[in-house]
Write a protein that binds this ligand. Structure first.
Ligand SMILES: Nc1ncnc2c1ncn2[C@@H]1O[C@H](COP(=O)(O)OP(=O)(O)O)[C@@H](O)[C@H]1O
Ligand SMILES: [Mg+2]
Length: 506
């Protein structure tokens, strides 16, 4: 007796087809699973056996072998319970042959439980020639996003068995109502008094997707400012929402009942995080914080306190927008395009460069502290901004500060210009301009041209900093509604690269 049932698997967020082949032969009773199963897959035997017992389904007699093909790719997780269960029914001729794909974990009583990675697997299914899929009911919300595929939501195996023999029908995933995510009030920029310079820099960062570093004494409001970045970021496009949701689905971090992630992620890992936690890894590779920040913000507060190798591991994804993990079976990539926001004190006591308070650190201590942030990392941060203490008048003033909504409207307008400029290119904002498009998208006025030459020669800029200054200037010009990058736009962009001279090369 033999049956083959279609299922799916994931490598990172890339789907592949799995065939669960079930063979039952007349021999000593046994039940084996082969095809590089991990522990969760091997334990499937016990769950499936129990479902047969408790559900009153006849368990095949003899030697059962389940082969999960292709046999050379590791199979992880509990999602093969359902295809194995269906395969055991089909091998006995209890249900008709089916070309549909099955995924789901089973409880001992036969309830079908949610599994990770349903969205990326189903998105890939159609390309793999699959037309129909049966998935856990609790994954229906994310599955409802997938078009062009017949997707049925299953709560219990007995329902599924009835549906497969045509005795009843199952709900289509898209027809199941899901709760809208509750939106809680976000912190707003109007709560931050003064700090016009920092606010302006954050607006530019949000408008062009640029990385930003805030440096200043303790209590000046750096963390407060950073937490308000999401309130001025543009809405996600559909494509961005799907890309980000795929990652959260794959690692099981999607809220139950939430279909698509529509708000840009804001990830703020603590500085004690390990390099693997930040960038991903592990024996079953999991995406790290930088991939979870895809299409959103990665906020590193107290930057110099982060583990040196964790910081250095940021460099590749900051440059490429993807994270590559090397594994025994080959490479795995996760999209990891995020806006880096970082904050730091300038020295251990926090008051180096402070306008009124004296710094108690020695020169050596200051250099060592700043030196924890390496030149190459600093070079990849487009905007460096000093956050100075606000004075009493500003702090106690009743003057209304600009709200996030007002700032966001300007950001949106600048993004709109960018979307038009990059139509037809896989570029969503100025920070992502590829070298091939840089010259044509950043025309300089003659004054700006002269300044650029001067700055390049005087400051000894690297090619990378030159490109990054140009991109920031592009964003400043977009905020100003100017096609050409004028002198004032460029000189503002250059200013955001001059702090390293005050601090790092003092
Ligand atoms: N400009 C400001 N406007 C209003 N409150 C401020 C401002 N700056 C600091 N604060 C207050 O001080 C607190 C500490 O600021 P915080 O962002 O933690 O500083 P930092 O991260 O620079 O050490 C804030 O939570 C806020 O209550
Ligand atoms: Mg802070």
């Amino acid at each position: 007796m033999f049956a083959a049932i279609t299922s799916l698997g994931l490598q990172g967020i890339e789907p592949f087809a799995v065939r669960a082949e079930v063979s039952v032969s007349r021999a000593m009773p046994a039940f084996d699973i082969v095809g590089l199963p991990d522990t969760a897959v091997r334990e499937s035997r016990e769950r499936v056996r129990s479902v047969f017992q408790n559900g009153g389904f006849p368990f095949p007699e003899g030697r059962i072998i389940v082969n999960l093909a292709p046999a050379d790719i590791k199979k992880n997780g509990s999602l093969y319970d359902l295809p194995i269960f269906v395969g055991l029914l089909a091998a006995q001729g209890l249900i008709p042959d089916t070309q549909a794909a099955f995924l789901g974990e089973l409880s001992l009583s036969g309830a079908v439980q949610r599994v990770n990675g349903v969205l990326p697997m189903l998105l890939g299914a159609r390309a793999l020639g699959i037309h129909k899929a049966y998935i856990p009911y609790d994954n229906a919300a994310e599955a409802s996003v997938v078009e062009g595929l017949e997707i049925y939501a299953v709560q219990h195996v007995s329902q599924l068995a009835d549906a497969l023999i045509g005795k009843s029908s199952l709900p289509i995933a898209g027809s199941i109502p899901h709760h809208a995510p509750v939106s809680c009030p976000q912190p707003d920029f109007s709560e931050v008094k003064g700090q016009q310079v920092a606010k302006r820099a954050l607006e530019i960062a949000a408008a062009g997707g640029h990385n930003i570093l805030m440096i200043g004494a303790p209590g000046t409001g750096k963390s407060m400012l950073a937490k308000r970045i999401p309130s001025i970021l543009p809405e996600m496009t559909d494509r961005e929402a799907i890309e980000t949701t795929k990652i959260y689905s794959a690692c099981g971090m999607l809220e139950p009942g939430a279909p698509l992630i529509r708000t840009r992620p804001f990830r703020a890992p603590h500085h004690t995080i390990s390099p693997a936690g930040l960038c991903g890894g592990g024996s079953i590779p999991q995406p790290g914080e930088i991939s979870l920040a895809h299409n959103g913000v990665l906020f590193l507060d107290e930057l110099p306190e982060f583990n040196r190798s964790a910081m250095e591991a940021l460099r590749q994804p900051l440059e490429d927008g993807v994270l590559t993990l090397a594994r025994a079976q080959g490479r795995l990539t996760y999209p990891s395009r995020f806006m880096l926001a970082a904050a730091m004190n300038p020295c251990p006591c926090g008051y180096f460069g402070h306008p009124t308070r004296a710094c108690t650190c020695s020169d050596n201590q200051v250099s060592r502290y700043l030196g924890k942030v390496s030149g190459p990392l600093l070079d990849r941060i487009d905007l460096h901004v000093e956050v100075l203490p606000v004075n009493y008048e500003q702090l106690s003033s009743h003057q209304q500060e600009e709200s996030s909504a007002v700032i966001k409207a300007r950001v949106d307008a600048a993004r709109h210009i960018q979307a038009k400029r990059f139509a037809g290119h896989p570029v969503s904002c100025n920070a992502e301009i590829p070298p091939a498009l840089l010259r044509e998208s950043c025309p300089l006025s003659s004054g700006a041209e002269k300044l650029m030459r001067l700055v390049f020669e005087k400051l000894g800029l690297s090619g990378r900093s030159y490109d990054r200054i140009l991109k920031v200037a592009r964003t400043i010009a977009d905020l100003d509604g100017s096609d050409e990058i004028q002198l004032s736009h460029l000189s503002e962009a250059v200013q955001y690269r001059s702090l390293d001279r005050k601090y790092w090369h003092h």
